[in-house]
Ligand binder design. Sequence first.
Ligand code: NAD
Ligand code: DAU
Length: 349
Amino acid sequence: MSATILITGGAGFIGSHVVRLFVKEYPEAQIVNLDSLTYAGNLENLKDVEREDNYRFIKADICDAQKTLELFEEVRPSHVIHLAAESHVDRSITNPTTFVMTNVIGTTNLLNAAKHIWSDGKGVFHHVSTDEVYGSLGATGLFTESTPYDPRSPYSASKAASDHLVRAYANTFDMDVRITNCSNNYGPNQFPEKLIPLFINNIKHKKALPVYGDGLYTRDWLYVEDHAEAIRQVLFKGKSGETYNIGGHNEWKNINLIELLCDVMDDKLGRQQDESRQLITFIKDRPGHDRRYAIDASKIEREIGWKPSLTFQEGLVKTVEWYLAQEEWLDQVTSGNYMQYYTNQYAKA
Ligand code: NAD
Ligand code: DAU
């Protein structure tokens, strides 16, 4: 395939798995990773592919409209997979403006650049989004592609705005777009601010496990490589202008997931049964905390033929093994500014 596939945010958690998949699967294509390397971007995530002939990294900020335009003129991508974003809900509560800048303005800059070089109508823009745009569910029900948008955090509001802009550009400028809205990802290379890697790191160091509120909040968890594969399939098999929900049929209340994680960690570290569960500490809730997310992924399964490949138990064991084997990676990302973030986020809880 002689495509040029531009992946934004390719040095981040999900982006690095998407880049790796495309570099390996499409040796004839050019895979260009555009990333500004914020705290969440880490080129160590791509050490194994950085020397491949079909891979190129460009350090650039999508908030810079002129630079983005120039890069599109130079690279002339045939496909864009847009993952660059501010992604952590707690940070969006502390600093909403950064989220509006990258997720709304940055996405608009990319759309303008794509519209500019695709004036011949050729090119596909795949926008990677979240199930959080649909809001919060009660005890029952699932998000479908037609669930009305009801974002409730600055993060989800900024992602909802970016989804609307992508659809508006498709409608107004006849661009070929697709949007995927996915549930909570977990797996290797996730920055340890998110629940699973944060708690793996804390269990390892026998630090308190800060559970927000009553711990009865529910999320649907999907292994990151399954998400990357879903993106690949939607890019090539999805229909123009369509939205596809992606999820794992894998709902967990936070406290039950944390107990399972403690047990897996105790097993891997050779600790006493129930030892790490003693670290569980209930703290002040996240403001505006969404109670439950759950995805109906039947459309992507039916129309594209994608489904998750791993059980949660398998994915969690693989994840724990990766973090325990990658001491250097974990030590590197948890040094410096991370400790400042951790103190600010959890000290007053
Ligand atoms: P992440 O925070 O790990 O990585 C984001 C990447 O974007 C980083 O490499 C960062 O350097 C880059 N970036 C940030 N601002 C940028 C800018 N202005 N210019 C260029 N690059 C910039 O995020 P993630 O968890 O990998 O999420 C990737 C995408 O998937 C996001 O759009 C997110 O909303 C979406 N998503 C995430 C999840 C999840 O569970 N993590 C679930 C569904 C959807
Ligand atoms: O649903 C998809 C979304 O999932 C993505 O769009 C986001 O980018 C991603 O960050 C994630 O958002 P969440 O807020 O659900 O993920 P987080 O890992 O921050 O929290 C998961 C749950 O665990 C949530 O109910 C809050 C809770 N939690 C989290 C942290 C960091 C705690 O109880 N304690 C914590 O310290």
